[in-house]
Ligand binder design. Sequence first.
Ligand code: NAD
Length: 485
Amino acid sequence: MRALLRNYVGGAWVETGRTFANINPVNGAKVCDVSEADAATVARAVEAASRARDGDWGRMGDEERAALLRRVADRIEARFDDFLEAEVADTGKSYPQARTIDIPRGAANFRIFADLIKAYPNESYEMTTPDGAGALNYSIRRPLGVVAVIAPWNLPLLLLSWKVAPAMAAGNAVIAKPSEETPSTATLLAEVMDEVGVPAGAFNLVHGFGPDSAGEFLTRHPDVDAITFTGESRTGTAIMKAAAERVKPISFELGGKNPAVVFADCNLDAAIAGVARAVFTNCGQVCMCTERVYVERPIFDRFVRGLKEKAEALTLGRPADTGVDTGPLISAGHRDKVLSYYRLAVEEGATVVTGGGVPRFGDERDEGFFIQPTVWTGLSDEARVCREEIFGPVCHVAPFDTEEEAVRRANDTDYGLCASVWTQNLSRGHRVAKRITAGLVWVNSWFLRDLRTPFGGVKLSGIGREGGIHSLNFYSEPSNICIKL
Ligand code: NAD
């Protein structure tokens, strides 16, 4: 692993005078230093991207771009272990998770969008004209130009490449800004772009923070043509204000407060296992994680008992330990935030069914950012911990009596990213899924999705849809050409 991660601008590695530390959340130790891009470095990245857009990269045909992106996927796979080690060091997530989800999906994104761009259809319509000769309309799609990609830390390579790959497939020049918490795999991705011969400026990487740092320098830059962002809803608001100045296209994948609705006619064991996965995966740090659970009253006590058992059976540990289910939270700051919600829940009158604190190991992990998986009951839907996104391994479980009530309470939120419904009644599954206002509703499952389907949220959970052709729709714009015959 490198001692200093640098910015990648116009095909060259760039250091600035300023660095920040990349910290391993398992033990609080420094992984490496990172060169923070200043305003001048971000401006150089925008210039380089603009030149690429107007130069070789902009003139490259779909076939050639697709071939390059496939080489990116191949090269990530060839350097799989480098990516794996880097992702695990930055996030503390278990090797099995990074090995089966983060890195392979990160590589797959480049292959998927390389294939899709070649099959992307254009429209054409013939129309009649008063002189009887007619006219032919057809659309062509143009890239947006210079696209800023701003990513979070929870699935670093996967979520960055989920945007970089379609943006580049559609012909845009990209400036990627990974989270300051997880800069390593993005830097490896820049190395890969360099190694496979992506033209200078087509992919640029700037490191840094949000406000008054690389993130804001990028979103406020007048020559950035579009912004695609995954992160907190509050950050989305700040970026939207920056984008409003020049009415830039935006695509936002934001926070959630996702419900699970468990009916008495469900397969109880499957529902308990499914909801436990939805609450505790990646230490609760997946935007699709469940934080509100509504359970039909006849099975409420059994469900809570079952979820408590699942939570208490989770093994917290280091990425390389065998049988580890859950790693740490990403940072000391995030652990303090989640712990403040643990305290608030008690102040608001919650019954702590399990967890609620910080585990003690008696080894280096005590310097890391571990937290106990936690389950609460007994709060009203108005409690702050039932309304605000916590982004930790925690949920509140509440009983309900009717389907109508369950739907109303599931929808009583400022967010609308996803939901899960647990029932063996097929009609009810369809009916409730249709009535829940969220971008994605699972019936009897969670975190299952064909990558071609639309992904995104409603309300505070986002704007727009990405995934498959929906991504290409965002990263390119149609122009209509009308030929009088
Ligand atoms: P965050 O909003 O704090 O940061 C995300 C990125 O935005 C980082 O790269 C950060 O440096 C940058 N940033 C912060 N402020 C900025 C500003 N003012 N201008 C420009 N850039 C700025 O989010 P996070 O803590 O990294 O990630 C966790 C959040 O992401 C949670 O809310 C989670 O729900 C959400 N998330 C959503 C999805 C989704 O698909 N909907 C997926 C993953 C995570």
